[in-house]
Design a protein around this ligand. Structure first.
Ligand code: NAP
Length: 262
């Protein structure tokens, strides 16, 4: 895959986010390092990590050893919301572990248990962005009303909301709600929430000579939804990135969308 041809979505501040990223949850130690190195070799230019994944150091080491230029990579990490009052030190620890002076996207990993904490946390993310410690900021696992609360309080919308998403969870209305607010929808767990033996996916996969997993990922891209599949298996890492040589017809997209309503 030629990374220069990879589709991206534009975030505020002229930040280009590749629609395909590499997930790293549950990959730790050498396995995380090897997987990220293999992913960068396979052409991914966007890596998704988080403070709680415990692998930022391995991600950082793989990025450095790949010899890619930092400006050609998009790195996301996430703040656990129980770090209220320690946001800045948490980000600094992420930057140190990743071996970089900024990330491209910093997310609140999930809504804080005390709802009153959400706005102060969001203000800390805004401050970090204003100081260029992160190029863009967003949230994860937020409902639309929870996003609206942030926008009402600060007049600043999250650039991204990372939520569980797949054809089987497809919710057109929720996608529109994000679009209306200028929030990019980033999906996670595309495979864990899919039945990869579903006959609709199998039929469409056969028609294009690809796998059902590749169809699931391509469906995200064609909806302009960010997908971050995870794998520690070299063949799957490569196959999950090899999704730009085919595209889905409007009818195929509709058939896949319909999996979300059965
Ligand atoms: N914000 C959040 O709260 C949140 C929550 C969950 C996940 N995430 C992010 O989203 C990423 C992806 O989600 P996920 O890790 O939960 O699940 P996923 O990407 O849907 O699935 C990963 C699983 O699918 C397997 N797999 C990978 N490629 C495959 C293929 N082509 N065919 C069949 N199976 C395949 C992997 O196995 P092998 O690794 O053994 O190959 C692994 O067991 C995470 O890694 C993380 O970065 C964020």
């Amino acid at each position: 895959m030629d990374h220069e041809d990879q589709p991206t979505v534009l975030l505020p501040g002229e930040v280009r986010m590749p629609l395909l990223g590499f997930g790293t949850w549950q990959a730790t130690g050498k396995s995380a390092y090897d997987a990220v190195l293999a992913a960068l070799d396979a052409g991914y230019r966007h890596i998704d990590t988080a403070t709680v994944y415990g692998n930022e150091e391995e991600v950082g080491r793989a990025v450095r050893e790949s010899d890619l230029r930092r400006e050609d990579l998009f790195i996301t990490t996430k703040l656990p919301p129980n770090r209220v009052g320690r946001e800045r030190e948490t980000l600094e620890a992420s930057l140190e572990a990743l071996g970089t002076d900024h990330v491209d996207l910093w997310l609140i990993h999930w809504p804080p248990a005390a709802p009153g904490d959400s706005i102060p946390l969001w203000r800390e993310l805004l401050a970090a962005r204003d100081e260029s410690l992160t190029r863009a900021i967003g949230v994860s696992n937020y409902s639309t009303p929870e996003i609206d609360e942030l926008i009402q309080a600060t007049e600043e919308n999250p650039a991204v909301n990372q939520i569980k998403w797949s054809p089987f969870l497809y919710d057109r209305q929720r996608h529109i709600e994000h679009r209306d607010r200028g929030v990019v929808l980033e999906g996670y767990s595309p495979f864990k929430t899919s039945d990869l033996s579903d006959p609709v996916l199998s039929r469409i996969a056969s028609a294009h000579g690809v796998s059902p997993a590749q169809v699931v990922l391509r469906w995200h891209i064609d909806h302009e939804i960010v997908a971050i599949p995870k794998s520690v298996t070299p063949d799957r890492i490569r196959a999950n990135a090899d999704i730009f040589r085919f595209s889905l017809t409007a009818e195929e997209m509709r058939d896949i969308d319909a999996l979300g309503t059965v």
